[in-house]
Write a protein that binds this ligand. Structure first.
Ligand code: ZN
Length: 509
């Protein structure tokens, strides 16, 4: 049997049409989060939910599903990782997933999570978990129900079925292994850093850095590392993100803090990393699996790689520091490159995940990964969550949140029904380190290139190994193909130790 061109074209046309609607809703969301007048909120919510409903209708259409099933049969003799077969398989997979959840459940989840986020916000303001408890319980129950439906007829657990939405095909056991391997060496490294008498002077980053200057500087850095401003924009928002509105339209958003230089600078590099991944996807396949990002973990690997492996490296600053010094003359006068580089690599256990450094960050994630699995399997009751949370912060990070607002209420994710999302952050960190090692081996001396402000070879390598394939391979297959081995914790541990131990004067154990 061969592939019917007519059927393939018709399926693609319908998927692309759904993408037109989807990206229109995203455009409205981008506007909502960048400059929309506050009073426009209610009507904007109507516009977006109408478009999202149309997308859902298109994507669950039964005749579309029949065509996809037929197409899969016809693709039996095709290369499973070629664009035609991958399109059929991945669209069919999306269709099945969308159809497994009845519209009334999707609506109940949507209502519960809108309410969840409002109640979460109120509870956080009041610093009182009990306000949020019942609503969170409701969201967890609904997500468990969704997970049960999604896992039906598969060999996946309920949690794994939820995780699948963000990290397709990922196995909980594999993630657990990576996290277990990370945890002990991380805890040891962080403890050694805490005890070291050699500590950075971060006050130099807290001086007043005028926002206009930061804006110009961040734009310059994003452009130098390879973000294409002819196919994208950089704007400001309160919670930074990256969104793609069309095949040649990627928007990245950052936030500047006049008293904390790293927020805007590394925030921009992080989002530019996400943006360069999106810009590296094939535009002729926009809206179809070969032109779509594969998973959140892989997305995060791209942002972290540019933010950390590149942006916090010594060679990068050998190139950029003279220009930084010129841009922020009064703030950095007399501050040496060594002092600056140590300051931007501060490691210090803290309560808030989004402010955490690249070493302790992963402990924040491991705690959330463990707790959300227990919430879904019922072994942890929502009412006992604050206590469990605080106990883990005490045992893993050696600090105990003095309040719910700085503890269990700090993240919006669970209130929004995002369960199975957190682990993708640390998967991204581990993948970034592993990809960077492979790139160094294959390209040659990256340090020497960075010290000259040359990033093109690294970006091209990522384009070829990760971006180009879109969803034609799974995230774990891409990592294995690019690096020669499955994802492991080894590279991240090695990277953190080799950078941080010398900075903190730690004698290797
Ligand atoms: Zn990110």
């Amino acid at each position: 049997m061969s592939v019917s061109q007519e059927r393939f074209d018709s399926v693609c046309a319908r998927a692309r049409e759904a993408m037109v609607l989807h990206s229109t809703a995203d455009t409205l969301e981008w506007d909502e989060r960048t400059g929309m007048p506050i009073a426009a909120g209610e009507y904007r919510a109507q516009q977006i939910s109408t478009l999202r409903a149309l997308v859902h209708e298109r994507r669950t259409d039964p005749t579309y599903g029949d065509d996809l099933q037929q197409l899969i049969q016809e693709c039996k003799n095709e290369d499973p990782h070629g664009p035609v077969s991958a399109t059929a398989q991945q669209l069919h997979r999306d269709w099945q997933r969308d159809c497994k959840l009845p519209t009334e459940l999707v609506e109940r989840i949507s209502k519960a999570t809108v309410r969840g986020q409002q109640t979460w916000d109120a509870a956080r303001q009041a610093d009182d978990f009990s306000i949020f408890e019942e609503t969170l319980g409701h969201v967890i129950d609904l997500k468990r129900e969704a997970g049960q439906r999604l896992s039906e007829g598969t060999d996946r657990s309920v949690y794994e079925a939820l995780l699948d939405e963000y990290e397709p095909d990922a196995k909980v056991d594999d993630i657990q292994q990576v996290f277990d391997d990370l945890r002990t060496p991380l805890v040891q490294l962080i403890a050694a850093i805490k005890e070291s008498p050699q500590q950075p002077d971060t006050s130099i980053l807290e001086r007043t850095y005028c926002i206009d200057d930061q804006r110009d500087f961040s734009h310059f850095v994003a452009e130098q590392i390879g973000f294409d401003f002819e196919r994208g924009r950089l704007d400001e928002t309160s919670h930074p993100f990256c969104t793609t509105l069309g095949p040649h339209d990627c928007r990245i958003l950052t936030r500047y803090d006049p008293h904390w230089l790293p927020a805007g600078l590394f925030g921009t590099m992080h989002e530019a990393g996400h943006g360069m991944y999106e810009q590296g996807l094939r535009p002729d396949w926009f809206g179809l699996p070969p032109g779509s990002y594969v998973s959140l973990g892989i997305h995060e690997s791209q942002s972290r790689l540019w933010e950390n492996q590149v942006g916090r490296s010594r060679p990068f600053w050998e190139w950029l520091y003279p220009q930084t010094n010129e841009a922020f003359q009064s703030q950095l006068d007399g501050v040496s490159l060594d002092t600056f580089h140590f300051a931007i690599n501060t490691v210090r256990p803290s309560l808030i995940r989004v402010e955490a450094d690249e070493a302790t960050y992963n402990l924040h994630i491991i705690i959330r990964f463990d707790l959300e699995q227990q919430l879904i399997d019922g072994s942890l009751k929502v009412k006992d969550l604050p206590e469990a949370w605080n106990a883990r912060y005490q045992s893993d990070l050696g600090i105990c949140p003095p309040s719910d607002a700085d503890g269990v209420l700090q993240d919006v994710h669970w209130s929004a029904g995002l369960i199975g999302y957190f682990p993708t952050y640390t998967l991204g960190n581990a993948a970034a380190a592993q990809l960077f090692d492979a790139a160094s081996e294959q390209i040659g001396d990256l340090d020497e290139l960075f010290a000259r402000g040359e990033f093109r070879l690294l970006l091209d390598w990522l384009r070829e190994r990760i971006h180009f394939d879109g969803r034609c391979y799974s995230g774990s297959e891409l990592i294995e193909r690019a690096t020669g081995s499955p994802l492991s914790a080894t590279h991240l541990i090695k990277y953190l130790k080799s950078k941080l131990e010398p900075l903190y004067g730690i004698i290797e154990s």
